[in-house]
Design a protein around this ligand. Sequence first.
Ligand code: CO
Length: 437
Amino acid sequence: MNDSYINGLLDFINCSPVNFWAVKSAVELLEANGFERFDAALPIGKCNAGDKFYVTKNDSSVYAFKIGKKAVAENGFHIICAHSDSPTFRIKPNPEIVSGVADGGCIVRLNTEVYGGAILNTWFDRPLSVAGRVMLRTDNPMEPKSVLVRIERPLMQISNLAIHFNRQVNDGVKLSKQKDTLPILALVNDRLEADNALLKVVAKEVGGEVGDVIDFDLYLYDTTPACTFGLSNEFISAGRIDDLSMVHAGLTALINSDELPETTQVLAVFDNEETGSQTKQGAGSPFLSHLIRRIVMAQGGDWDSYCRAIEKAFMISADNAHAWHPNYSEKYDPTNHPVLGGGPVIKFNAAQKYASDAQSAAVFAQICERAGVPYQRFVNHSDVAGGSTLGNILASSLPMRGVDMGNPVLAMHSVRETASVKDHEYCIKAFIQFYNL
Ligand code: CO
C-alpha cells in the first residue's frame, strides 16, 4: 500500500472545501512539480518536448500539459478529465434572515440555494462553514480584485426538527430547499446587529471592510476533516470524493509519469459538472479545444494538423462510479456489481450517457492489465435512470475516442461519501500507465 497516495488525497480534500480551493490546491501541486503558469490572454509561445505548464479559467477550472516528444499533430494527446465542483449550498445575496425570539433577542439564519444534486438531509446537524471567493473594489471597474476566502472554524449548522414534532420522521421527510435547509448563524441582541453579519466575518478574514466587498461566490462546506475508517482502515470517509478523488489521481499521475513522454499528456479539471457543464469553465466550453489548437499551431501545425491530433487522441473521463451497496441490492444491475476495493469502474449506458464503447473500454482494460490493476464494469439497473458526466459533453468540441470511468463510491452526493483506499492506489497506477503509453 502506498500511504503517500492516500494521505495525499485526504490532505487534498481537506485543503479543497469548494471548487476555487480545489483549483488552488491543484495549482500548488503543479507548481511544486515544475509546471509553469500560462496566462491564456498572452501569446502561447513555443511548445517544446518536455515543457510543463498549466492554465486556469475563472479560478475554478485548470488545464495542465506536459508536451511529448512527438508533435501533437502526429501522436495526438492523452487526456484525463475530472471536475472541481461538488454539490453544496450557495449563499444568496443579502443572506441574513432575522427572527425575533421571546426575550427580545434575535436568531439569524442564512438564505441559501442548492448547488447540484445534494442529498439534503446529510447536511443537517453537523458543523458547517463557508468558503469561496470575494470581489474587492479597485480603481478599474473591469478588474475587481478576486480573493479566495475560507473560514476554518465552524460558523453555522442546519438543525433538524426534533422527533417529538414529527413522529414520522423516520418514514421519510420531504424537504423544502427554501424552508428546511437554512443554516443558523448567530444569536444577536437586535436586528441592527444582524446587518451584514456574514459579510463582516468574511471582510475581516480578507483584511478589509464590508464596504470593500462588492460581491461574492460563497458556498457551505462540512468542517469535519476527511478520514479513513474500517477494521483495516480500508475505507475513506470524506466530502467531495466525487470528484476530488479523481482530480487527485489525475494530478498524482501527471506529476509521477515520465518527464519526457512520447505523447503529450493533458489533465483537465472542469468546473460546473454538477450543474450541467455549460459554462465557460465547464466541459461544454470550447476553451480546452482552443488551447489544444493553440498548442498544435505553436508546434507549426495548421487546422488539418489539429483535426489529425483529435483523431489520434484518447480521453479518460474520470468521474466516480456507484459501488454496489449491500443494503440496496435491488437498485443495481443483476449481473454487474462493482464493489469497493475492486478497482476502477468502466461505465456503460445504451443511451450513450457515457462515452464508453467496446473499443474505448478495451483500451482502458488493457491499460489496467498492464498496470497490474483490477477493473470492473458498471451499468444501470434498466429501471433506474442513472446519471451522466463529462465525456460526451467534451466530445462535442473535441470528438475523440474516450472512456467514462471512475472509482466506486457509496452515498454519492452525500456531504460525506464512502470510497476505498485500495481503489485510489489502483487508479493512480492505471493513470500513470496511460500517460506513459
Ligand atoms: Co462527479
